[in-house]
Design a protein. Structure first.
Lengths: 106, 123
């Protein structure tokens, strides 16, 4: 199975900040990388697919980059509703695997 | 609007069986693969199983292979997960999620997800 490693596991930020979350895969996954946001008690929601494509309806302050083994999720101008846990997920091979999550806190 | 609604969760004793169901609305499920993903309390996400739009292809995580069976009824727009020989490690919120293609191995991303149903395995 492909292992997905996120860093940091948690971070503290303030409103208006720019933050970056990193996801690394144990082998090359091309651009088969997705990002999800999960708020407490809620289901995950897709933010970005194929490494850099923004899901319709997701604010443009979210962006994703990377290919191969190294990927980043960047959030600019952090808003109150952005405080949540973020997961990366590879869809290059079965089984799909997720990173351990990054909790973004105030 | 595409919606997924899971049901069937509850408290089950170790070694027991439980059947989860996911009801889809707002679209025709036979055009899309469907997946189950679980999340143990306070933990991350673990993909469990997937089924193609036609139901012809199913795939499972090693941790549930031989114990869980995924199936679908496209006439009812439902996808089920039959779980047996359950253990404490199966305790989790179980989410169903829609794949972006009809084929399971070719699923690129999961969107949307249902609200989840809690399964607790305990004596």
């Amino acid at each position: 199975d492909i292992q997905m490693t996120q860093s940091p596991s948690s971070l503290s930020a303030s409103l208006g900040d720019r933050i970056t979350i990193t996801c690394r895969s144990s082998q090359s996954i091309s651009s088969y990388l997705n990002w999800y946001q999960q708020k407490p008690g809620k289901a995950p929601k897709l933010l970005i697919f194929s490494a850099s494509s923004l899901r319709s309806g997701v604010p443009s302050r979210f962006s994703g980059t990377g290919s191969g083994t190294d990927f980043t999720l960047t959030i600019t101008n952090l808003q109150p509703e952005d405080f949540a846990t973020f997961y990366c997920q590879q869809s290059f091979s079965i089984p799909p695997t997720f990173g351990g999550g990054t909790k973004v806190e105030i | 609007e595409v919606q997924l609604l899971e049901s069937g969760g509850g408290l089950i004793q170790p070694g027991g069986s439980l059947r989860l169901s996911c009801k889809a609305s707002g679209f025709s499920v036979d055009s899309y693969a469907m997946h189950w993903v679980r999340q143990a309390p306070g933990k991350g996400l673990e993909w469990v199983s997937g089924i193609s739009g036609s139901g012809a292809t199913t795939i499972y995580a090693e941790s549930v292979k031989g114990r869980f069976t995924i199936s679908r009824d496209n006439s009812e727009n439902t996808v089920d997960l039959q779980m047996s020989s359950m253990g404490a490690d199966d305790t989790a919120v179980y989410y169903c999620a829609l794949g972006d293609t009809a084929m399971v191995p070719e699923t690129n991303f999961l969107d949307p997800w249902g609200q989840g149903t809690l399964v607790s395995v305990s004596s």
